[in-house]
Write a protein that binds this ligand. Structure first.
Ligand SMILES: NC(=O)c1ccc[n+]([C@@H]2O[C@H](COP(=O)([O-])OP(=O)(O)OC[C@H]3O[C@@H](n4cnc5c(N)ncnc54)[C@H](O)[C@@H]3O)[C@@H](O)[C@H]2O)c1
Length: 369
């Protein structure tokens, strides 16, 4: 069945991981393999630390790089318990400083001579809006964009000459794809990561040997140092009692107020209010944040990522307990539709388009059942 006027357009087929472009035997993956080397930035906490522990369980040698020395030591200790001290290297590295990244690469290649998994994951979530917070904009771009580029430009020229296959995984965000209002600086930095990684994937495909592949890893709402700190900060500063920060609740089509503290504004929700629009408990000034039901743990996010990596997927868009795969897909298509349909920017959050967006989500989800 053709969906459009062009006979070249492939027919619509529902997503099926078994149809992935280059499925690789799960048992003998050439990259995620005993004795090979994983380098992870931002490895002292959250998703990066969970990746270090999981890859250690799979028998890889682990290089942990992070700017936070204290947490880095602790993460290295935990990793060594799994894979042995001689298979762990921890280096204080600020990814925004090129010299630090070069030192890291030199040490890794001197010690182990290769990298099979490069996880370019360090990131920060400071806030910057369109005409405020320029210093935050600069810091965010230094870490989230130039940090990623420093690592990519330093490691890739070495990795493309390796005999064995390897992967580079850059960590983006759904905020870099659908651009929800509220933290323009973070969104722009993650949009840049998407663009950088797509360009990288294409350039790597032009290489005659083509043994290094790039992947864009887009976590869902994951409970980590970053999200819990945002929640705690919002809790500490909140004076709002209606549970919606600025008093403008955003309710998505599932009826969920989108509650990731990194996402936004219109649903500036709730960390801070104690109760959520849909009844979940979130932190108050008096109670430390605990993982909300809607978020995934870092371990869940990493396991999902590794599964998709094994299938050779470029875009690894991770769901969470609040947003399932189909909802993400429809939101991404709606965002692209703003351009092709001539709607206003970010029409999903435009009062005149709210009803239309909700109808689109409802009808499309019903069709997908
Ligand atoms: N948690 C989520 O819901 C979520 C969602 C989408 C994307 N992400 C992205 O996932 C990545 C990991 O974030 P996380 O949620 O695990 O947060 P986290 O704060 O728990 O971990 C980030 C780590 O990066 C380190 N770091 C910060 N600046 C650094 C620098 N200049 N050099 C080296 N290390 C530095 C921090 O010290 C920290 O250990 C980030 O890129 C983030 O933007 C997270």
């Amino acid at each position: 069945m053709s969906r459009g006027p062009s006979p070249l357009r492939p027919p619509f087929t529902p997503f099926n991981p078994d149809d992935a472009v280059s499925p690789i035997d799960r048992e003998v993956h050439p990259v995620i393999h005993v004795g090979r080397v994983a380098v992870i930035t931002g490895a002292a906490s959250g998703i990066g630390k969970a990746a270090a522990l999981e890859l250690a369980k799979q028998g890889l040698r682990i290089v942990l790089a992070d700017v936070n020395e204290e947490q880095l030591k602790e993460a290295a200790k935990e990793t060594a318990k799994i894979v042995g001290e001689s298979n762990v290297l921890a280096m204080r590295t600020d990814v925004s400083v090129l010299e630090d990244v070069v030192r890291l690469r030199d040490k890794v290649f001197e010690q182990w001579g290769e990298v099979s998994v490069l996880m370019n994951n360090a990131g920060i979530g400071l806030r910057g809006t369109s005409w405020d917070g320029l210093d935050n904009w600069k810091q965010i771009f230094d870490v989230n964009v130039f940090g990623v580029l420093n690592v990519q430009q330093t490691f890739v020229p070495y990795m493309i000459h390796q005999e064995n296959p390897s992967v580079i995984i850059n960590t983006g965000s759904k905020q870099g794809i659908t651009n929800p209002p509220g933290n323009a600086a973070y969104n722009a930095s993650k949009a840049a990561v998407k663009s950088i990684t797509e360009g990288l994937a294409w350039e790597l495909r032009q290489q005659p040997t083509n043994k290094l592949t790039a992947h864009l890893f887009v976590p869902g709402w994951t409970w980590t140092g970053m999200t819990s700190a945002s929640a705690a900060a919002a809790a500490a500063s909140s004076t709002d009692t209606n549970g919606n920060g600025n008093g403008t609740p955003h309710t998505d089509i599932n009826g969920n107020a989108t509650s990731n503290p990194l996402t936004t504004t219109t649903h500036t929700h709730t960390p801070g209010s104690g109760t959520h629009t849909n009844g979940r408990t979130t932190p108050t000034k008096d109670s430390p944040p605990t993982k909300p039901a809607g978020a995934w743990s870092a371990e869940e996010t990493v396991l999902y990522m590794l599964d998709k990596l094994r299938l050779g997927q470029f875009y690894i868009i991770v769901p969470d307990n609040e947003t399932r795969k189909e909802v993400d897909a429809l939101r991404i298509m709606w965002a692209a539709g703003d351009i092709t349909e001539g709607r206003p920017a970010l029409s999903r959050w435009h009062p005149q388009y709210t009803a239309l967006f909700e109808e689109y989500m409802r009808d499309s989800l019903a069709q997908m059942q």
